[in-house]
Design a protein around this ligand. Structure first.
Ligand code: URA
Length: 425
């Protein structure tokens, strides 16, 4: 293919055809297109965008770069988040849905940039394996009702390569590229539906509500062109979700959730998601969790993927830092801000996140927030605990802002297009 011609087209905002996208993705897979030309194309797409047809063709070509997985068990749902800080919802929702007899075959990512990744969290469990041969997956689904595996070279491999390049060229936050990236992986499995949590705010790729809404509606529109039901939510990612941020710390918080010890924002989101898929009431969801069934499925899942299920009872089996420091309130007042992006960046600085794909992460480090936005604090009171490896990151005092006047606690659901309390689109 004449790649320079393709670059010329996108430079002048002309449309790329289906055949050209197919050739492009073949070139990505065979590595016959130099990375500098791909990088230039990504940047041209970043600035000039793709229309709906182009986004559909790119998604289709990326999807066809790998295998499809098909399971006989139904209903079958997957869940995805566009990425945030402290977002451990996948670890919680999968066993809950499985306990409601909804199977969840989940292909998840690792953390990148300031955002955390489900696979990194799970890999803090001793022995846990995220790369499982495809032929074993039906057994896993049968055994625990869900599995969570990492993206391999078999499923949408074009996304893996393009994602690394997007990360290196600062072109991750392009709406059509995000849509093609997410859907090419998620459509590879024959689910009945996909629920996608579009994160919005300072700690997310989509910083404004308008961008988040555009992303949510394009995910739906493109997904539906593949005849797949896509349900989206738009939720706030200004402060970290829940109480813990960090790989092993978030595993602990997820297990605590399954034991019925809920953080309010996490509970709000989990209940909403379950209700978008099933017609269960809050009380039924609470009763199911307290029955212990989701926790039991979590144990089975951990064991089936090679991990030590004892972590569910004994958190000391998870990696921990030798140092824990308190972050104290500088004054009397109310917490006005916990800067999710800075928290995520500090995670990277402490080794808990990665600057580029392939880096090894430190599962031990993280933050434990004892207070959240809207909480009253007194001068000298502990707001958070920092779990660090020996050296504290710089600027720790800049992540939390305390003001003198009361601050309202906000719902995590954002969507002006319906009602302020309903974030589902
Ligand atoms: N998650 C993905 O899988 N891909 C993106 O491009 C962004 C978030």
């Amino acid at each position: 293919m004449n790649f320079k011609l393709l670059l010329e087209k996108k430079k002048y905002r002309e449309r790329i055809t289906k055949e050209e996208f197919d050739q492009l993705i073949r070139g990505v897979i065979t590595k016959s297109i130099p990375e500098y030309q791909l990088a230039a194309l990504l940047m041209a797409i970043y600035f000039n965008g793709l229309d709906d047809d182009e986004t559909f063709y790119l998604t289709e070509a990326m999807l066809n770069s790998g295998k499809r997985l098909s399971f006989d068990l139904h209903p079958l749902w997957d869940k995805h988040s566009t990425g945030g800080v402290g977002d451990k919802i996948s670890l919680v929702i999968a066993p809950i849905l499985a306990a409601f007899d909804i199977k969840v075959p989940m292909i998840s990512g690792r953390g990148l940039g300031h955002t955390g990744g489900t696979i990194d969290k799970l890999e803090s469990i001793p022995g846990f394996r995220s790369e499982i041969p495809i032929e074993q997956l039906p057994h896993l689904l049968d055994n625990s009702g869900f599995f969570i595996i990492s993206q391999s070279d078999e499923i949408a491999p074009a996304d893996r390569q393009l994602y690394a390049l997007r990360d290196a060229t600062q072109t991750v936050d392009s709406i059509p590229l995000i849509v093609a990236s997410i859907l090419s992986k998620k459509l590879a499995v024959n689910t009945d539906g996909i629920i996608i949590d579009v994160k919005c705010g300072g700690g997310a790729f989509m910083r404004s509500r308008r961008e988040a809404e555009t992303l949510a509606s394009l995910l739906k529109k493109i997904g539906e062109r593949f005849n797949r039901k896509v349900v989206t939510l738009i939720t706030a990612m200004d402060q970290p979700l829940g109480r813990m941020v960090g790989n092993s710390l978030e595993v602990i918080e997820s297990i605590e959730f399954l034991k019925g010890n809920y953080e309010p924002d996490t509970k709000e989101l989990v209940v909403k998601m379950v209700q978008l898929i099933t017609d269960r009431t809050d009380a039924e969801i609470d009763a199911l969790i307290r029955s212990g069934r989701p926790l039991e499925l979590m144990k089975r899942f951990i064991e089936a993927q090679g991990g030590n299920p004892e972590v569910v009872e004994d958190y000391s089996l998870l990696p921990q830092t030798p140092h824990r420091d308190e972050i104290l309130s500088p004054s009397d007042g109310w917490i006005a801000e916990i800067d999710a992006r800075r928290v995520g960046m500090m995670m990277v600085e402490m080794g808990g996140g990665r600057r580029k794909l392939g880096e090894v992460v430190d599962h031990r480090v993280g933050f434990e927030f004892l207070k959240k936005v809207g909480d009253r604090v007194e001068r000298g009171e502990t707001i958070a605990l920092l779990h660090h490896p020996g050296q504290k990151p710089d600027g720790i005092d800049r992540i939390i802002r305390v003001t003198t006047g009361p601050v309202e606690r906000r719902s995590i659901f954002l969507s002006p297009s319906s009602s302020p309390t309903s974030g589902a689109t």
